[in-house]
Ligand binder design. Structure first.
Ligand code: 8YV
Length: 313
């Protein structure tokens, strides 16, 4: 009989089709009554499938005592209480590496987007301002500027490779110095921020990184510095970021992620020094397909009692 799994929210269509063709899948977001659904499937439900943003709450896990596996469609596992899972012997799988190139691409696109004012320029062209008012105001160059990367994991590495192509000297701040890394290690995030023109955030959201991009870091980045975030909004003090952007205390920001998604601080909507994306860095067909396959491989390995291809706990 097909194994019973709970699906927390919708995923990439092709992945859901593969999932539903192999497992007895119950869609939580479509349930008329969540508690009734959880009660009904509790005896036979042995795994939860979710994405990086939604994760799964301990309350849900408590109602499904036979769940021994959570498979995440995403690399970030900050929406899951990992120590609870470890204590309950629930293994957690995620989808690292397969999304790193696309996330790095979007980070570069956001950097170029904000410093070259792509959205402003697009509007300037479309609204006929070029013909009426002449050339748009000048912008800032990316090429050759100093880059700082907060979090030199797989995404950070992919990003550094791209930035090197823009002749940007790359420094990074990480939990520890990476052996044999060609990039310059800086232990303090504030020090990194004060020595770069573009600060990229690619670190995972953990107890040690949440809130790390605080006022002293933004102050250190300064009025000519740009902030690019493709990780999690929770790493940044968003209220201070909005103030700094509004008051020109940093030059601009490219943001794919926000503190309370899908809500975005409205104050950002009127700012030309900000380029926004709706948490879409991994949002290509190619990457979502690869993420889906790895997520399914984790699930299959769990049921086959094999090592997970990508295990978190
Ligand atoms: C996804 C992500 O947008 O991998 C992650 O942690 O945040 C993103 O790749 C998300 O998990 C898919 O909905």
């Amino acid at each position: 009989m097909a194994k019973t799994v709970l699906l927390i929210g919708p995923l990439f269509q092709a992945t859901m089709e593969k999932l539903e063709s192999a497992y007895d899948v119950h869609r939580l977001w479509e349930a008329k009554n969540e508690t009734d659904l959880l009660n009904e499937i509790a005896p036979q439900c042995t795994a939860v499938v979710t994405d990086g943003g939604k994760g799964v709450s301990n309350e849900i896990l408590k109602q499904l005592p036979n769940v021994k596996m959570i498979t995440v469609f995403g690399v970030g596992v900050d929406a899951i209480d990992l120590s609870y899972c470890e204590n309950q012997s629930i293994s957690v799988g995620n989808t690292p590496d397969v999304l790193s190139d696309d996330v790095a691409d979007l980070a570069v696109a956001l950097a170029l987007g904000v410093c070259r004012q792509l959205v402003f320029g697009d509007q300037y062209a479309r609204k006929g301002r070029w013909a009426k008012e002449g050339p748009m105001p000048l912008t800032t160059r990316l090429m050759g500027k100093r880059a700082g990367i907060f979090g030199m994991g797989s995404i950070g590495e992919c990003l550094a490779k791209r930035l090197t192509g823009f002749d940007m000297p790359v420094s990074y701040c990480n939990r520890s110095k990476k052996a044999n890394s060609p990039y310059h290690f800086v232990a303090s995030l504030e020090e990194l921020a004060s020595n770069v023109d573009f600060l990229f955030i690619t670190a995972a959201a953990t107890a040690g990184t949440i809130g790390a991009v605080n006022e002293p870091v933004l102050k250190a980045l300064g009025k000519y510095g740009f902030l690019i975030n493709v990780s999690r909004g929770t790493l940044v003090d968003e209220t201070t970021l909005v103030q700094y952007l509004t008051q020109g205390k940093i030059a601009g920001a490219g943001l794919d992620v926000f503190e309370k998604e899908p809500s975005i601080p409205e104050a950002l909507f009127g700012l030309d020094n900000v380029v926004l994306q709706p948490h879409n860095a991994s949002g290509t067909y190619e990457t979502r397909n690869a993420m889906g396959n790895l997520m399914l491989d984790n699930l299959a390995a769990h049921y086959a009692e094999k090592n997970l291809p990508a295990k978190v706990v």
